[in-house]
Design a protein around this ligand. Sequence first.
Ligand code: PMP
Ligand code: GLN
Length: 380
Amino acid sequence: MNRLFSSLPTTVFETMSALARETGAVNLGQGFPDDPGPEDVRRAAADAVLNGYNQYPSMLGIPELREGIAAHYAHHHSVTLDPAREVMVTSGATEALAGALFALIEPGDEVVLFQPMYDAYLPLVLRAGGVPKFVTLEPPHWRFTEEALSAAFSDKTRVAIINNPLNPSASVFAREDLALLARFAERSNAVVVSDEVWEHVVFDGARHVSVLNIPGLRDRAVKIGSAGKIFSLTGWKVGFVCAAPDILAALARSHQFLTFTTPPNLQVAVAYGLTKDDRYFREMRDDLQAKRDYLSRGLAEAGFTVLPSAGTYFLNVDIAPLDETDDVAFAQKLVHQAGVVTIPVSAFYAQDHVRTVLRFCFAKRRETLDGALEKLAAFL
Ligand code: PMP
Ligand code: GLN
């Protein structure tokens, strides 16, 4: 019995949030907002519960949500999707990732991963029997080169997982980067699984580019989204996958044995939320950008070297200028001596660790950010 799941690590988010609970430190680690989220969307969910949307909905998702997703992406990303054959609702982006890997790879197939990578990718690839091949990205640009892709791709590559905007580096890949990736995916006949959960959280006037808009990837990519991020309701766990009909059909087969479906009341509320006008999405971005700037200024004033953040709820600091060489040890010091929880970015690398970068979540109320900044300034 004690061998059960022994190969799976404890996620850094659980470790660091547990430390915040135990010590009462301000939690700027795990990425979740501390305000309640849009009231009308929450009310739509409550109404749906009371009005009887509580039995198993159809396996691929309720039709109004699948149609809503297609309409939303047509409007925001100029992607044309057939809601009946190219869109499926999942229980969060995490289920979409697991389902995509279980559907697309067989044991022994190679999977290209870009590290730093969101913490779920590697355990899922390994559990699915995949052989990871890493492309390593480093601060401050977090870009990949053609040589790095040449070394990672082979004729055994079945899948490449890309995350754009990228958590934890808070960087955004350019259209040219995605076009380069497309060339390698085509050459290996691989599918690109694109985790785009941060698609609405890009700053400084930039626009998100979906893989479905890259020539050569429209029919060999899986685009993953998450209502948790779109509506700042991270616990909702309503995700979406969009892909060409043959790929979507494969994903639907694994979805039926993972969760089968997703709470119908939340699907109704998300379908309602997706009809919000451009102003909602602009205001959300502007609010998060103001929070990014506030925390970034405060951290710089406290003495940290702040790296650029082009998207996500996160910004990073480089602790090398403070003569620190171990992000995990420094994050522990910040919890116990300053009273602030962060995430050490080395947790997102499988090898060749970048060891001096710490991630902060800025999607917090002003009081929360002020509380953390005061403690950090006193500590440094
Ligand atoms: N992918 C990335 C890159 C994320 O940052 C997150 C959560 N923040 C997820 C997936 C998980 O999304 P969900 O909660 O919808 O499963
Ligand atoms: N995605 C969130 C983050 O990056 C955490 C999600 C989780 O706790 N698994 O902080």
